[in-house]
Design a binder for this molecule. Structure first.
Ligand SMILES: [Fe+2]
Length: 296
């Protein structure tokens, strides 16, 4: 529908733009390739957040990530929300717009949770039609992200990876693959995360998310308030092998450290990618080389 090429250009390594870091980013212009902004935080008429957003948008590529589309819900699509999303996109010209493959609201009540869907062909038909409406309205393909989950439905007739692939194909949308969510769900449901990766169609994978979680032994919760753990780094390397260079971003929503600490974690992602792709050149790697030069 929108263009022939499925995935967009590799952006490099990005961070979630958080309020606590607005001033640091503007003042220091850190060597980070791009930022992901939470769309809902900026759906306001003006004010300080908008000031920072516009100033940062002049210096960095941005992508928009939302949590309220409820693309899998049964309420009609919220056109006020979509209009506000489109307006924001016109303002900041994001490279792409993403949300989650889930449902969040019912009867107009927002649960503020990213709730999983039953994996059936009926669900695919339902969601794909809604994605079509959204993409037609926005005039571009959107990315949908796999959510972490803690329950499954008796009604499901297929595995999550088959559901995600089939949905993306039927809806003609792109995939935001959250590597941490795959790990979290694999631990909670007992599937093999490598099987998940091996089954996802590479041609629609536009972005990776990395994040930390809370591990309670018997179960794992996707809290985004910790560093990325070693098994997720390992899974990330497997993902790079399967999907090649994919724009990668670290999500941190709680227990937010100073910006340089997050930048260092992002450099770890870039370093792992550079091991597999030695000619990789990005601002994130430049920052590392610079820091090492200064340390000598
Ligand atoms: Fe994510």
């Amino acid at each position: 529908m929108v263009n022939d090429q499925l995935t967009l250009d590799f952006l490099g390594f990005g961070l979630g733009l958080r309020t606590a870091h607005f001033e640091h980013v503007l003042q220091h212009q850190p060597l980070v390739d791009w930022f992901e902004v939470l769309s809902e935080n900026f759906m306001v008429a003006g004010g300080k957040p908008k000031y920072y957003l516009h100033a940062i948008a002049e210096q960095y590529p941005l992508v928009m990530h939302g949590v309220s589309m409820s693309i899998g819900g049964t309420d009609p699509l919220n056109m006020d929300y979509l209009k506000a999303l489109k307006k924001l996109a016109n303002e900041v010209q994001p490279k792409w717009i993403s949300d989650h493959l889930c449902w969040t609201s019912v009867h107009g009540q927002n649960s503020h949770d990213l709730l999983p869907l039953p994996y059936t062909q009926d669900t695919i038909n339902h969601v794909a039609a809604r994605v079509g409406q959204v993409q037609d309205f926005l005039g571009r393909r959107i990315l949908l992200e796999n959510v972490s989950s803690y329950l499954s439905y008796h009604d499901s007739t297929m595995d999550e990876w088959d559901f995600l692939n089939a949905l993306a194909e039927q809806a003609d949308c792109l995939i935001l693959l959250d590597i941490n969510n795959i790990y979290v769900s694999a631990r909670n449901h007992g599937f093999d995360p490598l099987e998940y990766l091996s089954k996802i169609n590479p041609k629609r994978v536009q972005q990776f998310h990395l994040a930390g979680h809370s591990d309670y032994g018997d179960y794992v919760i996707d809290t985004h308030d910790q560093d990325v753990v070693e098994p997720v780094w390992q899974l990330y390397q497997q993902a790079l092998q399967r999907f090649g260079l994919v724009s990668t971003m670290i999500e941190r929503d709680g227990n937010i450290p100073e910006f340089p600490a997050l930048q260092q974690e992002l450099q770890q992602a870039a370093m792992l990618a550079a091991k597999q792709f030695p000619h990789l050149s990005t601002r994130t790697l430049d920052a590392m080389a610079l820091a090492q030069g200064q340390a000598v």
